[in-house]
Design a protein around this ligand. Structure first.
Ligand code: HEC
Ligand code: HEC
Ligand code: HEC
Ligand code: HEC
Ligand code: HEC
Ligand code: HEC
Ligand code: HEC
Ligand code: HEC
Ligand code: HEC
Ligand code: HEC
Length: 473
């Protein structure tokens, strides 16, 4: 059978007009394409008419910013920045410059680092990730610099140069021997310590923890016995997680007020009030003057005659002779209160001075209220532990100068990564601040209808003194 299949007959069998001829499937496809285009244009148009901007976001802004969830311009002040970033491959070009955040937030600079490593707000505070807490961030945003402060700074760092994780965190400075960090002598807190010495607590008081925690308890002035727990002296400040400062009148007086007796013959049971030396002196003058108006019959000393004019309701007026007697008594009582070794004020205070005029002075001891000023810590979060679980050596400490704070090893028992079996978080921001109180400026830029009342008002970085920023340790 002859084969009459030539290229010509074959070509005639193929309908060359097929792609142009309409059919059902093709009509549907075309309709769908146009529909999609119209919808794609309609959606933003309707959104624009209804003033809805949220379809352009990858995810909602964080909870704290929900007030402005639809008002993109509060943060995105630079419309063409994403395009410019694409065109120039410059990741530093942002549609949300720091200045936009600064209208509402101070965001104080962390430390004067070399400008090359300075970071934008949006680097650390990543938006459009749902309702994550914006202030939480991974360690990598800290270790960008803290992997090597030496490389970050153009001066020797005052703090340990490399901190990469809690697991490799250096021992806390106050528990390390005094040292030169990268060749620079750090500011000192304790009495002049040489390299290699331990830091000391410089509080000018005598206080012996071991003696006061004696298990058999201690004798009070009223004759009763009391077993002291930590909480008898270290009370918590409600709601803050802080420990209240020690107060003599609240925590020591019930057992030690006898040290403030100055003339037990005439004023048994009437100690001077605790406070400045001037206060004690004024109280003694008042007591002696009053005494001259109504002395004991059996006073062992010859008293000045007709010494006082005492009008009821008026201050006692002392005669010249009476005043001299008061002065001589004051000198003796002062010697007893201020001058005796380990008695009177010196029973507790190690610094008692005498001015050239002869006046006694007792400088306030200023017991530090916070020790780890470069980190945050709350006692209430840790109340499941007993105090000596962290403050190990307190029950054996007999010197005020002992530092009784926990070591980093102690924190690692619980604070560690999940992989390392930790039960509490171990990221830098769990324990450290970045802005050091920049949110403390309470006067905001908005009125109640959320109109900017002072557009020129830009939150200034807060004054940084004494808020963690500053010298080590
Ligand atoms: C509270 C501030 C804030 C608000 C309000 C806000 N954004 Fe953002 N947005 C950001 C930040 C911060 C980034 C990250 C910018 C960067 O990494 O440079 C961002 C990034 C974006 C991006 C990616 C493009 C870019 O510049 O990186 C888009 C798109 C975007 N936002 C859309 C919106 C839209 C739409 C709205 C309003 C519905 C909105 N945003 C509201 C803070 C905000
Ligand atoms: C229009 C005002 C406004 C602007 C602009 C603004 N914020 Fe906020 N922000 C707020 C308010 C209000 C809060 C909630 C109260 C607070 O914590 O101060 C807040 C809270 C925060 C918080 C803490 C809340 C959390 O979840 O941890 C961070 C961090 C923050 N903002 C960062 C930024 C950054 C970064 C920018 C710039 C991209 C920015 N904000 C722009 C008003 C603003
Ligand atoms: C290196 C990362 C980093 C950068 C950069 C950064 N922050 Fe923060 N920010 C933090 C950390 C950590 C916290 C939480 C601890 C604290 O308060 O310091 C925080 C907290 C905040 C808070 C909430 C707490 C408060 O003080 O009210 C605001 C608001 C804030 N930052 C704004 C800003 C602004 C504005 C900028 C840019 C000028 C900025 N941040 C840059 C790390 C950063
Ligand atoms: C841009 C670089 C940079 C980044 C990012 C950075 N730091 Fe720092 N940090 C420094 C410098 C610089 C110092 C001061 C060093 C000095 O003066 O010797 C410092 C000091 C510190 C100190 C000790 C002194 C103090 O102020 O308390 C702590 C703690 C600290 N940073 C924690 C953090 C944490 C937590 C983060 C991340 C949220 C962070 N840093 C991110 C540069 C940075
Ligand atoms: C009788 C009162 C009293 C009792 C009870 C007491 N303390 Fe103290 N504590 C003080 C005084 C006063 C100071 C300040 C003098 C000093 O720095 O040592 C102090 C200081 C401290 C300090 C910081 C000082 C440093 O050098 O580190 C710690 C920590 C401390 N006490 C823990 C404890 C613990 C834990 C207990 C219970 C086991 C306890 N204290 C019981 C009176 C007391
Ligand atoms: C419950 C009673 C009680 C309280 C409260 C108390 N003490 Fe004492 N304290 C004593 C007794 C008892 C002694 C004598 C212990 C001894 O010598 O064996 C003593 C001894 C001392 C000594 C001499 C220590 C020594 O090494 O010889 C000083 C200093 C002292 N206390 C200071 C204080 C201070 C400061 C406070 C308040 C923060 C305080 N005490 C609270 C009962 C108390
Ligand atoms: C039993 C021990 C003890 C004796 C005795 C004692 N003090 Fe104090 N003093 C303290 C303690 C503890 C503090 C710190 C807590 C406080 O401020 O109440 C202190 C604080 C002070 C302060 C600072 C007060 C303030 O508010 O900042 C002065 C001033 C002072 N004492 C003077 C004296 C004088 C003067 C005497 C003698 C007349 C004296 N003290 C006797 C334990 C004592
Ligand atoms: C469990 C709590 C905790 C965590 C997590 C933590 N730190 Fe610390 N860090 C501290 C304490 C407490 C100090 C001592 C502060 C002081 O001496 O005032 C400290 C000290 C520091 C210092 C000063 C170092 C020195 O002694 O010169 C730096 C810098 C520092 N931390 C950075 C970091 C960085 C970066 C991270 C994250 C990788 C981090 N820390 C994680 C608690 C922590
Ligand atoms: C989880 C460990 C931990 C436990 C438990 C703990 N502390 Fe502390 N304590 C610390 C740390 C860390 C500091 C240093 C905090 C700072 O200065 O910010 C501190 C500081 C102190 C100070 C000095 C004042 C101050 O705030 O710096 C006193 C006093 C004190 N603790 C007493 C106690 C008492 C009393 C208890 C028991 C009720 C207790 N602590 C339980 C870790 C602990
Ligand atoms: C018995 C386990 C345990 C030990 C030991 C411990 N912590 Fe914690 N810590 C916790 C738990 C649980 C939380 C609360 C849960 C969380 O935030 O992960 C916490 C929370 C914290 C916080 C955040 C507190 C807040 O409420 O803002 C800081 C800061 C902190 N710890 C510091 C320390 C330091 C510094 C040490 C060592 C001196 C330490 N912790 C030792 C269990 C512990």
């Amino acid at each position: 059978m002859p084969v009459d299949r030539t290229s010509i007959t074959l070509a005639q069998r193929v309908d060359l007009g097929f792609p142009r001829r309409p059919n059902r499937l093709r009509r549907w496809r075309r309709g769908l394409s146009w529909g999609a285009l119209v919808l794609g244009l309609l959606w933003p148009t309707v959104a624009a008419v209804r003033n809805q901007r949220r379809l352009y976001e990858a995810g909602p802004v964080s909870q704290a910013h929900q007030l402005w969830a639809n008002d993109c311009r509060q943060c995105h002040v630079d419309t063409w920045a994403p395009a410019a970033r694409l065109a120039t491959f410059d990741a530093e070009i942002r549609s949300t410059p720091d200045a936009a955040c600064s209208v509402c937030h101070a965001g104080a600079p962390h430390h004067a680092a070399r400008s090359g490593l300075s970071m934008s707000c949006a680097d650390c505070h990543q938006e459009h990730r749902g309702h994550d807490a914006l202030a939480r961030m991974a360690d990598q945003f800290c270790t960008r610099c803290h992997h090597s402060l030496e490389a970050t700074l153009d001066r020797p760092p005052q703090f340990v140069s490399q901190v990469d994780s809690l697991a490799t965190h250096p021992e806390f400075a106050l528990l390390r021997p005094v040292e030169r960090v990268a060749g620079q002598q750090t500011a000192r807190r304790g009495p002049a310590a040489a390299d290699g010495d331990q830091w000391r607590d410089p509080t000018p008081l005598r206080f012996n923890h071991a003696k006061h925690l004696a298990p058999q308890g201690l004798l009070r002035l009223d004759g009763s016995r009391q077993k002291l727990e930590c909480g008898a002296c270290h009370e918590g400040r409600p709601g803050s997680g802080e420990i209240l400062p020690i107060r003599h009148d609240r925590h020591c007086a019930a057992c030690h007020d006898n040290e403030l007796q100055f003339d037990s013959l005439r004023f048994a049971g009437r100690p001077v009030p605790h406070g400045s030396a001037e206060l004690a002196r004024a109280a003694m003058i008042e007591l002696y003057s009053e005494y001259l108006a109504a002395p004991r019959d059996d006073d062992p000393e010859p008293l000045p005659e007709a010494p006082v004019r005492d009008v009821p309701g008026q201050p006692t007026v002392v005669s010249e002779e009476g005043w001299q007697w008061v002065q001589s008594r004051l000198a003796a009582a002062g010697q007893l209160l201020f001058g005796r070794h380990e008695h009177g004020c010196r029973y507790c205070h190690t610094e008692v001075e005498r001015a050239e005029t002869g006046a006694w002075q007792v400088p306030p001891p200023r017991i530090p209220e916070r020790w780890f000023v470069h980190s945050v810590f709350r006692h209430d979060t840790h109340r499941l532990l007993n105090c000596t679980a962290c403050h190990h050596d307190v029950e054996r400490s007999s010197q005020t100068s002992d530092i009784l704070l926990p070591k980093v090893e102690n924190c690692r028992q619980c604070h560690a990564t999940k992989a390392a079996g930790g039960s509490a978080r171990a990221d830098c921001v769990e324990c450290h601040e970045y802005h050091h109180g920049a949110g403390d400026d309470l006067d905001g830029p908005f009125s109640l209808d959320l109109q900017l009342t002072a557009p020129e008002k830009v939150r200034r970085p807060w004054s940084l003194s004494g808020r963690g920023e500053g010298a080590a340790p």
